[in-house]
Structure formats: structure tokens, C-alpha cells
Write a protein that binds this ligand. Sequence first.
Ligand code: ZN
Ligand code: ZN
Ligand code: ZN
Length: 330
Amino acid sequence: MVQWNQESIERLTELFNQGLSDKEIGIHFGLTAVTIEGRRLELGLLRRKQYRQWSTKEEMNLVRWWSEGVFAIEVAKRLGRTRAAVSDKIYKLKLENPKTLRRKAQEIPDGMKYCPRCECVVTLSEFYDIPTADSGRAGYCNRCSNQISREFYQSIRRKCLRHIGDQLRCAHCNEDDFSILQVDHKQNDGYLDLDGLGLYRSILTISKQEAQKYYQILCANCNWKKRIEVQRQSDPMRYQLNQIRRSRVLNYLKADSIIKCTSCGIDDIDVIQIDHIHNDGNQEKSRGLREFYPKILSLSQDEAQSRFQLLCANCNWKKQLEQSTREVNE
Ligand SMILES: [Zn+2]
Ligand SMILES: [Zn+2]
Ligand SMILES: [Zn+2]
């Protein structure tokens, strides 16, 4: 057993810098390659080798398996990667050794649980119920779980948009703010299809050529405008009726002499949406506009304006994104 001292650490560093493999360095010390690798990573001596890029899903699996005590070599096998790549990633993610985790878990009081991702001990109610899991609870706290799924969602969204567009920008107005870019069905058959993650995934299964034939990237504003335009052409009666009802409510809510976005000031009425200032709108939205508009008009104008504001589709999307990120960080 080598006692790691200044001298042996320097020797290890030197051999590493000469480009020797862990196995070769191990021979010098009479140690296994695995021991050398562990020591080397602790010292921050990383191989410059470029590993295939990790997807969020792979990372999630790695973190989960590692926390379950699956050995790096087994993780590597499951992911179709080398053990070195997995060890490197474990080091970069600062994942703790399962043994340390188990020890920590023993020190945790009843009704509490340790989250290996944020390294916090929080009450069990902060972990989602997972009846199939051994502990009956998720491995990570709710905040971490939400963040992981949000990151996963965004990475799939980004991949999907890249699949559709050569550039990440709106095909109509060139807007390139990633947060407000959406998938548009060129043929307006969106109602036949899926939404969100399901849609992104299904697009990723078709060829790039096909994807670009059927879909395009639009910013939220252009997408919203297009939807209204489609209705105007396909169902003029309904369009007219909607316009009358819409403009009545928008006029009731406008804070200024004209109808415009409270945030960016755009005054194109076709992109203006009604935003719940305090984000308490899920219930109302699910009941549909038929009940939503009369409800607003039934309030006094002061009350209506204290609860609702006019935002363009872009600003509304951005607000929702910021809101969901804030919930994570709080
Ligand atoms: Zn956590
Ligand atoms: Zn646009
Ligand atoms: Zn706006």
C-alpha cells in the first residue's frame, strides 16, 4: 500500500504528464489501474480525451444508478461507454461514493431523506411518491426532480428545433430568442398531433428532410398570428364573432389608450393575450374562453385590471418560462 505523500503525488503527476496510462502508472507503484485512476481524479488530473457528448438522459441514468450503488463498470456497460468515460463524468458531476451516501443516510433522522443531487436533508414530503421504488419515494427531492425534468425537456426541445431549422430563429420575423421559439405545423394540422415533449420526440424520429417539410420554427407571436389567420380563412363567421368578443375584453383590460403588450409595448392586436398577473389562471384556462371572457367582464374594471394584464404571446411565454425557473430556484 502506497502512502500518498508529496513525493509520490509528484511522481504520479509526472508520469501522468508523460502520457502514461493508468495501468502503466499502476505498474510503477504496484497498484491497480483503478486505484491510480481514483487518486488521479482526486488530484484533478483529467485525461484530455474527448468523450462522446452526454445527453441529459444518460446523465440522469448515471446519477440514479450511481446513487443506487451500481458500479462504474456496470454503468459503462449499460450506457455503451468506456469505464474511463463514466469515471470522468462521475468526477465532473461531483457525485459522492455510494458508500459515503449510505453512511450519510444512516445519520438521517426519521421522516427525513437525503437528496444526493443538492446534498440536502429534507422532509419525506419533499420527495415524490414512487410506489414502485424500494423506499416508496423518488431518489431526488422535488426541487431537483423538477429541475432535472425541466432540463431534460429543454434539451429535447433544443434538439427538435435544430432538427427542423438550420438556424434557431423564427421563419417569419427572424426572432432568435430561444425561449419563445415554437414548433409550427406548416399544414396547420397541429390538432391531429401531439404537444410538447411528445411532439418533439415524434419529430426527432423522422428524417431532417421530412421534418423540414412539415414543420417550421416560429416565435410565439408569429405562431399565434398564424393561428388567427387560419381561422379567419377557414371559418370567417367564428373568426368575426371571436374578434368582437376579444376586442371587448381587451378594451376592458387595456391599461392605456390603446391595446398593447404591457411588457414590450407591441400593439398588434392579433398577438395580444390575457395574462393572469398572479399566475392563478390554470383553473380558468381549462374551462375555456367561453366562460373566461364573461368572467372578466363580470368583474369591476378595477378588479379585472388588478388581476389581468395584456401581454403579447412572446412576453407571455417568456413570463411562464421565468416563472417555472424561479420555482426551481426558490
Ligand atoms: Zn435535491
Ligand atoms: Zn416571429
Ligand atoms: Zn410583449
